[in-house]
Design a protein around this ligand. Structure first.
Ligand code: PLP
Length: 441
């Protein structure tokens, strides 16, 4: 085991931030990082460096956006050139149609595109479009999926309430904000069919992550997405894929391409612009033309901001190079990493499950796969979190809840070094008497 690293500067900065920022962080998901939420100074390639000069191979990738790795030279050049020209016009520029054309050429079902700045906002836009198009109120979403922090979708199942009626996740959500939202178990066509029947003529859209990237990396069952497609068609509801994580990551055309199912609307963010604030809604012309007709309102001061668009143009260019070779390589690296992790955990007699895609996957210490995204909230990840925290000392940064992202900047030697680091951590945990093996779940 390596010498313990110091996180003293991060600790001091975090204490200072706590005096002026709730929990000392800018997004509440970040507050739980142990031993302390880290402060970073630099990122390059597959690496990040924290304020105590600790260097890590990074598998968090800014929660997903850094698909090319950190500070990719072409991206830095494109952004700096645009920065020198102008930061924002609040008006039109040629990068907008250029990126929109690229999205329409890559993403199944995206005939038109509108730009927003965050995934949350783009989800709001997609839901508004669906309600405007169908003139219906209800949205069906699924347990264990995440669609941003909006009052009208931030929901969890209500075990004691009427079927599908969700509970708010946060105090302060507007009373009634979830009145038009149903939250159903995922991967079960029968419950969707029944809900569409019980609420016939009322459901505007079914929104789903096509691969449960927030829900343990669970895959859709065989025929599930195609089944949703035909149930939506029959019910006159729109099918929305939330591709904020999967877009431009699991395939150039996202999960819609991977699974061969065409949504009416799709939401993109994260990898679209390599760390710049850009999201997009793509979809059928006859739905998005509601915006052109001035019937559905869409706005945002920073929508289409040229620096973010320059980042997107460059990102998509790099990803499309050589017929999409980067994503093929990322997938291969991620599979190599999952295989390596499973084998060192097996050597240590600890049951490790991995699920998801090569480019974004989850790891769990558990005797069997999760089975459903909803099971994530019942899973005890304490032991895994200790493992993830100890990886810091070995120069590996991962999300302590179990999700891993892989970028085009990772190398086979990064992957192999990470697997060796995992082996050392498991040995140290055993030496310290931390419970492993069959009882570790
Ligand atoms: N949808 C999905 C699938 C996400 O994973 C996220 C964020 O992680 C969002 C929507 C919200 O995106 P943002 O954080 O950019 O608002």
């Amino acid at each position: 085991m390596s010498e313990p690293r110091s996180f003293a500067t991060s600790r001091t900065l975090w204490q200072r931030a706590n005096q002026v920022m709730p929990a000392g962080v800018s997004s509440q998901f970040r507050r739980f990082h142990k031993p302390v939420p880290l402060y970073f100074t630099r990122g390059f390639g597959s690496r990040v460096v924290d304020a105590d000069a600790n260097e890590y191979v990074d598998y968090t990738l800014g929660w997903g956006p850094m698909i090319l790795g950190h500070s990719h030279p072409a991206l830095v050049k494109a952004v700096c050139e645009q920065m020198a020209l102008c930061q924002t016009f609040g008006a039109q520029h040629a990068l907008e149609p250029k990126v929109a054309e690229r999205i329409t050429s890559l993403c199944p079902g995206s005939e038109r595109v509108v730009f927003q700045t965050t995934g949350t906002e783009a989800v709001q836009m997609a839901l508004r479009l669906a309600r405007a198009h169908t003139k219906r109120p209800l949205i069906i979403r699924f347990e264990g999926h995440y669609h941003g922090w909006l009052d009208s979708v931030l929901a969890k199942p209500n075990p004691h309430g009427p079927k599908g009626q969700p509970l708010p996740t946060s105090e302060g959500q507007a009373p009634g904000a979830l009145a038009d939202c149903l939250c159903l178990p995922w991967n079960d066509l029968a419950v969707v069919e029944q809900a569409l029947h019980e609420h016939r003529g009322q459901v505007a859209a079914v929104i789903t992550e096509a691969l449960a990237a927030n829900g343990g990396g669970v895959w859709p069952g065989k025929g599930y997405l195609a089944g949703l497609r035909s149930l939506c068609d029959k019910a006159g509801a729109l099918l929305i894929f939330d591709e904020v994580i999967t877009g431009f990551r699991v395939a150039l055309g996202g999960a819609a391409q991977l699974f061969g199912v065409r949504p009416d609307l799709a939401v993109y963010g994260k990898a679209l612009a390599s760390g710049f604030a850009l999201s997009a809604v793509g979809g059928s012309a006859h739905v998005l033309d509601l915006v052109a007709e001035g019937r559905t309102f869409q706005a945002g001061t920073l929508n289409g901001q040229p620096v973010a668009l320059a980042a997107a143009a460059c990102t998509l260019n790099e990803l499309c190079r050589d017929n999409g070779a980067a994503l093929v390589r990322i997938e291969h690296l991620g599979e190599r990493l999952q295989l390596g992790l499973r084998s060192v955990f097996a050597e240590a007699d600890v049951p490790l499950q991995t699920s998801g895609h090569g480019s974004v996957f989850w790891t769990f210490i558990a005797p069997a796969p999760l089975g459903s995204p909803a099971a994530l909230s019942r899973h005890d990840g304490t032991l895994y979190a200790r493992f993830a925290e100890r990886l810091l000392n070995e120069g590996v940064l991962v999300m302590q809840t179990g999700r891993w992202y892989v970028s085009a900047a990772h190398s086979e030697s990064d992957i192999d070094a990470t697997v060796h680091a995992a082996r050392r951590v498991l040995c140290s945990m055993r030496a310290d008497g931390l419970t492993l093996g069959a009882s570790a779940h």
